[in-house]
Write a protein that binds this ligand. Structure first.
Ligand code: TRP
Length: 462
């Protein structure tokens, strides 16, 4: 088969690709979301189940996405259609790509609002507002931010402009350089924060909370949240990694790359958890506080440590950068699709899609103030957008992707792309992709809806 070439250029090196994929993976999901979702779901057992999902479902699906992407070399919609037809299946596989484009748009609509919080905290940190602050002041600062939709809209707008700006110029330029410097700096900062938490926080309490598994807390909903968090944090299930894979040169190891990215991403999340919970417990705060968790705890640390002014400023700058490199991945499938199929220019596509996402962001903004009491299915608008995209669309997309790679694609096609021979390692991947990942995703779905109980396979779901 003649190999296709990408329409958007290729990554300049394997390192560039690893940086781009880890740039998309490491973001608010690790530092903002992981701690609060783990906290809200009781800690230890959730974390353990999350790690299982990452290893047994996340890793094989990430490999599947990259290999499909490189084979198709188009936006996820076209790639799924082309590769599907090549493998003698239906063009309707393109719908998986469409679902991914939609998931990316929904995720970025709330992601950008939270990134806006981080941006506004860069301002607070610069003005030294955390200095000497106690839990009450820090709460007031956060509450004040959420209370006024115009303030949230301002920062959300600023962040969307940043995102559109980079995407309009093309993913390769700028991004590579930003991530190369960002990742190591953020890791160093997190390690330093961990050191602070060990000395000044309730480290034992934090570690116990994160690592001591109480399985009675692992309800069906908690399992679904852990599964969703694994997909969200790894950026998989929506074609983002597939879109990046489309720009990957032949001869680059998909397996090694995926393992590096998964390790870096998971390491960052655990690091964030280990740094945050000791501070939570030392100040008698609630680990289940929800989406505001890091914004209500970390300023306490920055406000009371030596050099906290600079440290806090640096932290929120880097967090914003991490969110920025992720937001680019979230919008890329939609932009690549618009460029390739609608024949629009990159800048025009980025702006048009960016405006749609910006507007959608107001649902999240308003759910923290004017519409805070408005519930659909017992959730706020923000919670619904998050739940629908992270816990349903991403795992569902991942399910189709892994079925596609495991069952639709010929064994020779996948072994060709993975290039790890057809021995034990390949067999292991194929077994995970064909059996373990699909069955596990289905079981978690069934368990969370309580259906598993109906079949008498498990106790009632939470
Ligand atoms: N992984 C990102 C984070 O942890 C968020 C995310 C989810 C994402 N899906 C994505 C980023 C797709 C890029 C592409 O913050």
């Amino acid at each position: 088969m003649a190999k296709r070439t990408s329409l958007h250029g290729l990554w300049s090196s394997r390192l560039a690709f690893i940086l781009a994929v880890s740039g998309s993976a490491v973001g608010l999901g690790n530092i903002w979301k992981f701690p609060y979702v783990a906290g809200a779901n009781g800690g230890g057992a959730f974390v353990l189940f999350y790690l299982l999902c990452v290893a047994l479902i996340g890793l094989p699906i990430m490999m599947a996405e990259i290999l499909i992407g490189r084979r198709g070399r188009r936006n996820p919609v076209a790639t799924m259609r082309i590769v599907g037809e090549e493998e003698g299946s239906r063009p309707s596989w393109a719908l998986v790509g469409v679902m991914g484009v939609i998931a990316g748009i929904i995720i970025l609509s709330f992601y950008s609002v939270i990134a806006g919080w981080s941006l506004s905290y860069v301002g607070h940190a610069a003005l030294n507002r955390f200095s000497g602050a106690g839990a009450e002041e820090v709460n007031a600062l956060f509450g004040g931010l959420l209370a006024d939709w115009r303030v949230l809209a301002f920062w959300h707008t600023a962040f969307m402009i940043l995102t559109i700006f980079v995407v309009a110029r093309g993913v390769e330029r700028g991004l590579e350089r930003a991530v190369r410097f960002l990742m190591p700096s953020l890791a160093v900062l997190m390690v330093a924060l961990l050191g602070y938490a060990m000395i000044n926080g309730d480290f034992r309490g934090g570690v116990n909370f994160l690592l001591e598994a109480d399985f009675s807390k692992l309800t069906g909903d908690a399992m679904l949240a852990a599964l969703g968090q694994a997909f969200f944090s790894l950026s998989i299930g929506m074609g983002a990694i597939m879109a990046y894979g489309a720009y990957l040169p032949e001869g680059t190891s998909i397996t090694n790359t995926s393992i590096s990215v998964v390790l870096a991403d998971t390491g960052m999340a655990l690091l964030a958890g280990l740094a945050i919970f000791p501070i939570v417990f030392a100040h008698g705060l609630d680990p289940g506080a929800g989406p505001g968790l890091i914004f209500q705890t970390l300023p306490l640390a920055f406000g009371n440590m030596a050099g906290g002014h600079v440290f806090g400023l640096l932290f929120f700058i880097l967090l914003t950068f991490a969110a920025w490199t992720s937001s680019i991945g979230l919008i890329e499938p939609a932009v690549a699709w618009a460029v390739e199929t609608r024949g629009r220019s990159r800048p025009a596509s980025a702006i048009a899609i960016g405006v749609v996402i910006w507007l959608l962001g107001f649902l999240t903004i308003l759910s923290f103030n004017e519409l805070a009491d408005f519930r659909v299915l017992g959730r706020t608008l923000f919670e619904n957008l998050d739940h629908l995209s992270s816990n349903i669309l991403l795992p569902l997309g991942g399910l189709f992707i892994t079925i596609f790679a495991g069952w639709v694609m010929a064994k020779t096609s996948t072994s060709d792309e993975l290039d790890i021979g057809t021995g034990g390692l390949f067999s292991l991947w194929r077994f995970l992709a064909r059996w373990v990942a699909p069955v596990a995703v289905l079981l978690v779905f069934l368990h969370a809806t309580g259906l598993l109980g109906w079949f008498g396979l498990a106790g009632s779901a939470g």
